[in-house]
Design a protein around this ligand. Structure first.
Ligand SMILES: *[C@@H]1O[C@H](CO)[C@@H](O)[C@H](O)[C@H]1NC(C)=O
Ligand SMILES: *[C@@H]1O[C@H](CO)[C@@H](O)[C@H](O)[C@H]1NC(C)=O
Ligand SMILES: *[C@@H]1O[C@H](CO)[C@@H](O)[C@H](O)[C@H]1NC(C)=O
Ligand SMILES: *[C@@H]1O[C@H](CO)[C@@H](O)[C@H](O)[C@H]1NC(C)=O
Ligand SMILES: *[C@@H]1O[C@H](CO)[C@@H](O)[C@H](O)[C@H]1NC(C)=O
Ligand SMILES: *[C@@H]1O[C@H](CO)[C@@H](O)[C@H](O)[C@H]1NC(C)=O
Ligand SMILES: *[C@@H]1O[C@H](CO)[C@@H](O)[C@H](O)[C@H]1NC(C)=O
Length: 558
């Protein structure tokens, strides 16, 4: 029984937060060792180990947790780490949340773990009435079995490490985390398990559903990098389309903003409302020739011009257009108009992004000296054949997850300049093609939301409402890393997609829309500027034609 305020003060658990205590409960059929288990006091900074080069930021913790890191041997040449933040028992919401990684990063993303481990008082079905922030989860993450930064895939020469990154580390971490929770929390037990991840994290969530449908009850995936064998070759191909930098067809990064301005000029009004936001980029008939230079611009002066030459326009078509093999076989969609602000990552360097080339060198051909200029379609065929690490999703039969009552929310920022949003639409169609013939009503367990104006996982360059509590989004809000959780000021399932997922999973109320928010300053969280619904695909938000367009209720999902 919980009575009055006194009982809401943090109470130490009977289970000690110490290395020895955790070491004592590890199962004997795995080889694992506890690196540390330490109590992090309320309002203090959790010092991330200096050796974590992937996610070096040390978050501020607003509530007390037991922080644990466990090293698990996965083969003779590989081991992965599980990181856990465990709130005190009376602050625990009896749920597990596993958070995903990003790119090829090898390291535990502690900043993404910190906030979900606290409850927000007004949150969802919390056991405690303690005031505070966040949700009250026990939170888990894995380093995915190697040590590297986001764009470095050279570790993948070791195929055991590759298997860890592809799926083994996440699954093993979830299984062990559940076991630990049952020992750590002595008088309460786990009721639901969730996942939240973006990009590689999104791929991890889908991979879990594909291979281990029992691991999670609810899965939240953003901008998923789910099709490794095509996405990574496309990353190389689209980069090569704009190279070498000395060629007449090269579009220098200085021109990306010029293109972006023209996209807004043409595509913003086409969606029915002039607000600087390209809400329907796939529906825009963008005419790049509007950027064509007149006779007074030469090749040598084109980098500081505000127009494009014929060969540059051809490159632009290749960036936006889908990538087909010569015989019309579809390989991958192109980037959408409105993504130009993020192009420097994969189009603005002297070589294609290593997210693409490292896949071919270290995942696929095991040849660090592979010359990127020898790239051709045969790479895609080789990748499809080999499926290195089995990192791609290839089995769209998510029926086992559906049958156990699992729920999947998937979203993609339409201004994503790293992973083409239409790869998410393609995934959506694969799921329909596989499950509809089985008599499954797909939208009863899976929904995809497009987010107009949102870049890769977080942020916007067009002041579009982009924030809804998606994976890693809170890390970019507020001034102190990790102190923001949920949707500040709107701690409810209408404005917070993780709460929406919980409501769907636990109460069966499917999200018909989620309201996204933009503050005047997303850092200061000063004043709410705009709120708009994001809608389950293929519906999209339409302005009703009257009312304040910055008010979510002036929009409908149609
Ligand atoms: C932590 O900070 C909050 C907000 O400033 C404060 O109310 C609370 O008393 C602090 N707790 C401790 C243990 O210092
Ligand atoms: C990761 O590698 C860097 C060097 O690249 C090293 O400084 C660091 O200690 C390593 N971290 C771990 C966890 O091994
Ligand atoms: C994990 O354990 C393995 C041996 O099983 C060791 O080689 C590796 O350095 C350890 N990793 C960490 C991060 O402690
Ligand atoms: C572009 O810049 C170069 C030097 O960076 C300069 O010589 C040239 O005149 C400039 N062209 C235009 C059209 O401004
Ligand atoms: C053409 O398409 C098929 C797939 O339909 C593929 O297997 C084949 O290798 C492709 N390429 C060529 C050059 O025929
Ligand atoms: C593509 O590249 C592979 C390997 O570099 C080479 O063997 C093959 O001949 C190339 N194919 C074409 C059509 O150029
Ligand atoms: C990938 O999947 C295939 C087919 O199921 C299997 O034979 C292979 O062992 C798997 N490889 C890895 C690394 O999981």
């Amino acid at each position: 029984m919980r009575l009055g305020l006194l009982l809401t003060l943090p109470v130490a658990n009977a289970f000690e937060c110490s290395r020895a205590a955790f070491q004592g409960i590890l199962p004997t059929n795995i080889s694992a060792s506890v690196a540390y288990a330490t109590t992090v006091p309320e309002n203090s900074t959790f010092q991330v180990p200096e050796s974590n080069i992937a996610f070096p930021t040390s978050p501020v913790l607003l509530r007390r947790v037991c922080a644990v890191q466990i090293n698990i041997t996965s083969s003779a040449s590989s081991a992965y780490s599980l990181g856990l933040f465990l709130p005190d028992e009376d602050e625990w919401n009896e749920r597990l949340l596993a958070v995903g990684g990003g790119g090829y990063a090898g390291g535990i993303d502690f900043v993404s773990m910190v906030c979900p481990s606290f409850n927000n008082g007004n949150g969802y079905k919390l056991r405690t009435k303690a005031a505070g922030v966040c949700y009250g989860f026990a939170v888990a993450a894995t380093d995915t079995g190697h040590n590297s930064t986001l764009e470095d895939g050279s570790w993948a020469l070791d195929k055991e490490k590759l298997t860890d990154w592809s799926y083994r580390a996440m699954h093993g971490s979830v299984v062990l985390a559940k076991l630990i929770l049952s020992a750590y929390y002595e008088s309460s037990s786990l009721s639901f398990s969730y996942f939240s991840g973006c990009a590689t994290g999104g791929r991890q969530g889908l991979k879990e559903i594909e291979m281990y449908p029992d691991d999670f009850d609810g899965v939240l995936v953003g901008d998923p990098a789910w099709w490794s064998s095509h996405l990574q070759p496309w990353t190389v191909k689209v980069g090569l389309n704009n190279l070498p930098t000395t060629a007449p067809h090269h579009i220098p990064p200085e021109l990306f903003p010029v293109i972006g301005v023209e996209v807004v000029r043409q595509c913003d009004p086409q969606d029915g409302l002039v607000d600087g936001i390209v809400s329907d980029p796939a529906g825009c008939q963008f005419i790049p020739e509007a950027l064509m230079c007149g006779s007074n611009v030469s090749f040598t002066s084109h980098s500081n011009a505000s127009c494009l030459t014929g060969p540059q326009i051809e490159t632009l078509y290749k960036i936006y257009g889908p990538y087909y093999e010569t015989n019309q076989t579809f390989i991958f969609p192109g980037l959408l108009p409105g993504s130009e602000n993020q192009w420097t990552n994969i189009l603005g360097q002297a070589t294609p992004n290593t997210i693409g080339t490292d896949y071919i060198r270290y995942f696929l051909f095991d040849d660090p000296s592979w010359n990127v200029y020898t790239y051709n379609f045969s790479v895609v065929h080789a990748a499809d054949e080999a499926q290195p690490g089995n990192s791609s999703i290839t089995n769209f039969d998510f029926a086992p997850f559906y049958r156990r009552g699992g729920k999947l929310i998937h979203y993609h920022g339409l201004a994503d300049g790293l992973i083409p949003p239409e790869s998410s639409d393609y995934f959506f169609r694969q799921l329909l093609k596989t499950l509809v013939p089985k008599g499954i009503t797909v939208d009863s367990f899976y929904r995809l939301f497009h987010v107009p104006g949102m870049e890769h996982c977080t942020g916007t360059s067009s002041n579009a409402p982009w924030y809804f509590g998606g994976a890693i989004q809170a890390n970019t809000l507020g001034v102190r890393p990790g102190t923001v959780s949920g949707t500040p000021g709107f701690p409810d399932a209408e404005h917070d997609v993780l709460l929406a997922l919980m409501r769907w999973t636990e109460e069966g109320r499917a999200p018909e829309r989620v309201v996204a928010t933009k503050w005047r300053s997303d850092t200061l969280l000063d004043e709410v500027w705009r709120q708009r619904p994001i809608c389950p695909y293929p519906k999209r938000a339409r302005y009703c034609g009257y009312g304040d367009p910055d008010d979510a209720d002036s929009w409908e999902c149609l």
